[in-house]
Design a protein around this ligand. Sequence first.
Ligand SMILES: CC(C)(COP(=O)(O)OP(=O)(O)OC[C@H]1O[C@@H](n2cnc3c(N)ncnc32)[C@H](O)[C@@H]1OP(=O)(O)O)[C@@H](O)C(=O)NCCC(=O)NCCS
Length: 142
Amino acid sequence: MSINIQIVERKIEVGEYIDLRKAVGWKILDIEYIEKGLSNSLFCVCAQMENEVIGMARVIGDGSICFYIQDVIVKPQYQSLGVGKMLMESVMSYISKNAAEGAGIGLMSTKGKEGFYEKFGFWRRPNDNYGHGMVQYWEKEK
Ligand SMILES: CC(C)(COP(=O)(O)OP(=O)(O)OC[C@H]1O[C@@H](n2cnc3c(N)ncnc32)[C@H](O)[C@@H]1OP(=O)(O)O)[C@@H](O)C(=O)NCCC(=O)NCCS
């Protein structure tokens, strides 16, 4: 079976984004916040097969000295075909054209995907020189 997958630099629609996040079992935040968040992305790339979006990746940050890679997703039935690699190559190409020497490029790997990102030059924390990466998920009522 030959499959025709295209990597397209464009903003992702809210419905497409929700569809992808649901496909990998990720939480869906309120739509008004999704709309604002997506429109504030620095860069977004979609993997498309005919009219279906089967994958995405986006970059947020200041566009110069600090970048953060978010929402790297390939629908389960299209994983292990090289789509994630094409998405990350597009992301890294965008960053290479915009980042200052020494700029920080961050991401939070899901469990077990660290080896995927190591292929693109990322390394794990903590190590001898760097502490843990840290995060919290915002709760309005604490
Ligand atoms: C992570 C993800 C995007 C990878 O996409 P994919 O299309 O399956 O990956 P590819 O087929 O392009 O793999 C590219 C390379 O990474 C390797 N790879 C893929 N997953 C890996 C893993 N979990 N650990 C180590 N290497 C991995 C592949 O073997 C391949 O290596 P090669 O180039 O030497 O042949 C995909 O598994 C996914 O969407 N997972 C669910 C959502 C998720 O967890 N995203 C990460 C958020 S931080």
